[in-house]
Design a protein around this ligand. Structure first.
Ligand code: TXA
Ligand code: MG
Length: 339
């Protein structure tokens, strides 16, 4: 667990972190790095500060935020209780990319939870996030620091591309590590339910607490998701994304659309990149190590915008381990389109 004295002195005494903490205390919003993606934070107790997050992102007000903490005591005033399974998960995975949903007491600003009687909480595993949480001494509600609908930011540069002039500032901590958002797991009910696959895998969770349920909406688009944010189009580059199950088929789709005058991109992997020719070819990482794909996925999607790709064909991955989160984000980027 993070404590002030365990964090490196140069972070706690860092001028940028002190300034950012002051700005947060005044009710403004600041973007900061976590181990997953950059978050856009504000004081979770301050309703008007939270309203600025929704305004800056253009986020629908029915989509609740995750509250970030640096030590467990910070959540005790606002959650209703910790089940035995939740306790085991906290011990196994916090700090880390696992968000837990608890019953709440109504102490946090009501726009954080979009009026729900539950609240999402996580303890990020990033020294800059921890330093900011400890220095401000505030629980920070923070969604990903992108414009609503865009790929989540994994660098301070991505944040600025989306939110420059819309927020008070960004603390630049370099590239984030995991690259995909945290896993969201509801532990407010007897049976935990997975709402969003993410940095902690389903397999890792099940090793600790046994089998868990998965929100059916993760697989069937017609089901209403239990996690409001999962219903929105997400992670989309400007070009249209199509997923292709057999990579042998990709080149013929590329050729067809190039013949129609389109600028075509391919999202591939180290193992396959030499197979193709196209206007824009981006490798997100290696199939032999899917965490490299996770960590570069959003930057890869953003590169197609830089290169003005109009149609993007993407390879798919096995839905095991972190592959489940990668495929969830790719399906959203493609609005579920497979060829
Ligand atoms: O890794 C992450 O989780 C990043 C970093 C910044 O911590 N944050 C993030 O936040 O991804 P956001 O707002 O982009 O996604 C939060 C998700 C949304 O799908 C939202 O609907 C869901 O969590 N959520 C929040 N509170 C909830 C609740 N009480 N019940 C169900 N789902 C909830
Ligand atoms: Mg988001």
């Amino acid at each position: 667990q993070w404590t002030v004295d365990k964090l490196e002195d140069n972070l706690i005494n860092n001028q940028a972190i002190k300034e950012a903490a002051q700005i947060l205390k005044k009710g403004e919003v600041i973007a900061f790095p976590t181990e997953t993606v950059y978050g856009l934070g504000a004081n979770a107790y301050d309703e008007s500060a939270i309203a600025k997050i929704f305004a800056a992102k253009g986020r629908p007000s029915d989509n609740p935020l995750i509250v970030h903490i640096a030590k467990r005591e910070q959540m005790l005033p606002f959650i209703e209780g910790i089940s035995e399974k939740a306790e085991q998960l906290i011990n196994a995975f916090w700090p880390g990319p696992l968000t837990l949903i608890f019953k709440q007491k109504g102490e946090i600003a009501s726009n954080v939870t979009a009026g729900l009687d539950t609240i999402a909480v996580r303890m990020p595993d990033h020294p800059v996030a921890a330093a900011l949480l400890l220095t401000s001494d505030l629980p920070l509600a923070a969604p990903s620091a992108n414009l609503s609908g865009r790929p989540s930011p994994t660098t301070a540069g991505h944040v600025m591309l989306d939110l420059n002039k819309r927020i008070a500032g960004v603390v630049d901590g370099g590239s984030t590590g995991v690259g995909l958002e945290s896993t969201v797991l509801d532990v407010s009910t007897e049976e935990p339910i997975l709402y969003r696959p993410g940095g902690v895998t389903k397999e890792q969770i099940e090793e600790v607490i046994g089998p868990i349920a998965v929100d059916p909406a993760l697989k069937k688009a017609e089901e209403a998701p239990r996690s409001p944010g999962m219903k929105y189009t997400h992670y989309s580059p400007n070009g249209e994304v199509y997923l292709i199950r057999a990579c042998e088929d990709i080149q013929k789709h590329v050729d067809k659309w190039q013949a129609k005058g389109k600028r075509v991109g391919i999202l591939t992997t180290e193992e396959n990149r030499e197979r193709y020719t196209a206007d824009v070819i981006v490798s997100s990482g290696s199939r032999a190590n899917l965490s490299t794909v996770a960590s570069h996925l959003y930057d890869s999607l953003r590169q197609f915008d830089k290169e003005k790709a109009e149609i993007i064909f993407a390879e798919v991955f096995p839905e095991e381990g972190i592959g489940m989160a990668i495929m969830n984000r790719l399906e959203k980027a493609a609005s579920g389109r497979y060829l």
